[in-house]
Design a protein around this ligand. Structure first.
Ligand SMILES: [Zn+2]
Length: 376
């Protein structure tokens, strides 16, 4: 059985250890400071002498497996085991911050934690409720920030199961062991957990609420902690400064000015659409005055502008191709089928006399090819 030194001291960065077992994808050591993936906390990585440890997981029989890709050391070899400390510390911070937020969700709002996840630069807490207001979540963020400033000690105790059960913790004990590891945030929380934690809430430094999503009918909240939260706030601040400069508006006016711009954009889009329809009508009447059939129109207006321009009763074939490689075909289905069979780049369909879709390649060449096929 590997001695789990990460429980004795979560801040040990390097120790000497000896190989006691070698499996296909990793090695077992007599003692380790590497935490194996579990409880939403990623596994540690680092080095063992000259070997790189890519991940640490629990094996099928509960053994701690240090995963090494390629050549492995032999049983009995002793080397220095060194943690990728920045990786560990980031996840230890996230994990401790998750305890803090989960405890506050429970104590302040009576909301339980169903599942947690770490490993993407943020952490998530899936709650047991279908709805929480953003206002309440921001209040939780405030309270977590206060707990960080107050500096509550975080410590772990291994208790007999009966003693742990008497603590009436916010989450039921999920392990079957006789002894249960319980993590305390002094004055705030107690919960059974086998993860690795910071020593004090002040080390979390910063917490930021990022948003929420609905998953499996529950609210899953998204948070950042530590340096990642500091970076997130700084990036948001820089983004606001950039927006303020782009919009030539004070920060407090960014939202109202953006709303105004969106309204203006919608009005302009309507005007553009109406002008495109007028241009389409003009282009159509000029083309029809030529008396040619089929009628080929290369238009700078979207081909869809012609939908309301070409009368349903029109008997001749009209092919409109626009600048974004879209087309509108007015004519009998047989002709459209001939075009599709002859020009492979045509994608699209329709019914009655109207067909729409896209083509690839040069617009003029496309129209020339259509004309050739239809006249052939
Ligand atoms: Zn924990």
């Amino acid at each position: 059985m590997t001695e789990k030194l990460y429980y004795k001291d979560g801040y040990l960065k390097s120790i000497d250890a000896t190989v006691t077992g070698v499996l296909d994808d990793g090695i077992i050591l007599d003692r380790t400071i590497f935490y194996p993936e579990g409880g939403g906390q990623p596994g540690d990585r680092g080095s063992f002498g000259p070997y790189e440890i890519a991940d640490t997981v629990k094996g099928d029989n509960g053994e701690i497996l240090h995963k090494i890709n390629g050549e492995k050391p032999s049983s009995g070899d002793t080397y220095t085991l060194t943690l990728d400390w920045s990786h560990r510390y980031e996840y230890m911070t996230e994990h401790s911050a998750q305890h803090l937020v989960s405890s506050l969700l429970y104590s302040e709002l009576g909301i339980g934690t169903l599942a947690v996840h770490q490993g993407d630069g943020f952490f998530t807490i899936e709650t047991d409720v279908a709805e929480i207001s953003e206002e309440k979540l921001l209040e939780i963020e405030d309270k977590a920030s206060l707990a960080i400033r107050e500096g509550h000690d975080i410590f772990q105790k291994c208790l007999p199961r009966s003693d742990a059960e008497e603590l009436h913790m916010r989450r039921t004990i999920k392990v079957d062991d006789d002894d249960v590891l319980v993590v305390f945030i002094d004055g705030l929380d107690k919960v059974a957990c086998g993860g690795v934690h910071l020593k004090n809430t002040s080390e979390i430094k910063e917490i930021a609420y990022k948003g929420f999503e609905i998953i499996r009918g529950h609210v899953r909240t998204i948070w950042l902690s530590g340096d990642a939260a500091i970076r997130y706030r700084r990036e948001n601040s820089c983004m606001l400064a950039k927006l303020s400069s782009m919009l030539s508006s004070e920060r407090e006016n960014i939202i109202s000015n953006t709303e105004m711009l969106i309204k203006e954009k919608i009005t302009l889009q309507h005007e553009v659409k109406s002008l495109q329809a007028k241009i389409a009508a003009l282009e159509y009447s000029v083309a029809m005055a030529g008396g040619m059939s089929p009628v080929m129109i290369a238009s700078s207006s979207p081909s869809s502008s012609f939908e309301s321009v070409i009368p349903e009763s029109e008997k001749c074939i009209v092919m409109v191709a626009d600048e974004s490689s879209r087309f509108l075909f007015h004519g009998d289905k047989n002709y459209f089928d001939i075009l599709k069979a002859s020009i492979p780049s045509i994608k699209g369909g329709g019914r009655g006399m109207m067909y729409r879709g896209s083509f690839s390649g040069d617009r003029k060449e496309f129209l020339d090819e259509c004309e050739k096929v239809l006249n052939g």
